[in-house]
Design a protein around this ligand. Structure first.
Ligand SMILES: Cc1cc2nc3c(=O)[nH]c(=O)nc-3n(C[C@H](O)[C@H](O)[C@H](O)COP(=O)(O)O)c2cc1C
Length: 180
C-alpha cells in the first residue's frame, strides 16, 4: 500500500517515547512526551530530538539552555499522556499527572523520579528542518536505576520502555531476541 509521504514516520515505528523536562527562566517546570528522538554522537555524547512549533519545551530550552530526557516505563503511560496535553505556560504537567520531581546532578532542570533512566543535557545547537526544529543536546550526566541495568545493558524486559506507534498507540518492549 502506498502512503502519503507526510506520514512516512508512521512506518519508522515504534520509536522510543521519552518525557522531556525543561524549566523557563522563572524556574517553572514543564514536561512533554517526544518520540522524534535519536542519539547522534557518542564522543562527544550528543542526543537529538525534533520539535514542532510552538512548544513550551523548545522555548524553555531557548531560555535556559538545558533539558532532561526522562525514560518512561509502561507503568506511567497514562501519566505520559497527561503530559502531552497543551497546558498554559507555567502550569506544571508533572503536578497534573501526579509525577514526582527530583533534583538532577548537573542541570537545574529536575528529573522525573518515576523514570528508569535520565539524560541530563545542555543545548549544543538547534537547526531548522522542515516543519520541525532539531534540538541537539550534549549529555552531561546519564543515570539508570540499578535494577534495570544488567551486564552493561538495559534490562529491557524489566524496564518495559514505551515505544510510540502514533496517536494513542504504544508498544511495550519486553522480548529480547539474540543473533546466534
Ligand atoms: C508519544 C508522543 C510523542 C510525541 N512526540 C513529539 C515529537 O517528537 N515532537 C513534537 O514536536 N511533539 C511531539 N508530541 C506532541 C507534544 O508532546 C505535545 O504537543 C505537547 O503538548 C508539547 O508540550 P509543550 O508545549 O509543553 O512542549 C508527542 C506526543 C506524544 C503523546
Amino acid at each position: 500500500m502506498k502512503l502519503e509521504k507526510e506520514k512516512f514516520y508512521r512506518i519508522l515505528a515504534p520509536r522510543p517515547a521519552v518525557l522531556i523536562t525543561t524549566i523557563d527562566k522563572e524556574g517553572r517546570i514543564n514536561a512533554a512526551p517526544f518520540s522524534f528522538v535519536m542519539p547522534v554522537s557518542s564522543n562527544p555524547p550528543l542526543v537529538a530530538f525534533a520539535s514542532a512549533l510552538p512548544r513550551d519545551t523548545l522555548s524553555n530550552i531557548r531560555e535556559t539552555g538545558e533539558f532532561v530526557i526522562n525514560m518512561p516505563s509502561e507503568g506511567i503511560l497514562d501519566k505520559l499522556w497527561i503530559c502531552s496535553e497543551k497546558l498554559p505556560k507555567g502550569i506544571s504537567e508533572i503536578e497534573k499527572a501526579s509525577l514526582s520531581e527530583i533534583k538532577s546532578n548537573i542541570v537545574l532542570v529536575p528529573r522525573i523520579e518515576e523514570s528508569f533512566g535520565w539524560l541530563e543535557c545542555v543545548l549544543e545547537f538547534e537547526k531548522e528542518a522542515g516543519d520541525h526544529i532539531i534540538v541537539v543536546g550534549r549529555v552531561v550526566d546519564v543515570e539508570v536505576k540499578d535494577i534495570f541495568w544488567r551486564e552493561e545493558k538495559l534490562d529491557v524486559p524489566k524496564a518495559k520502555p514505551l515505544l510510540h506507534i502514533t496517536g494513542k498507540d504504544f508498544v511495550v518492549a519486553e522480548r529480547v531476541v539474540k543473533v546466534d
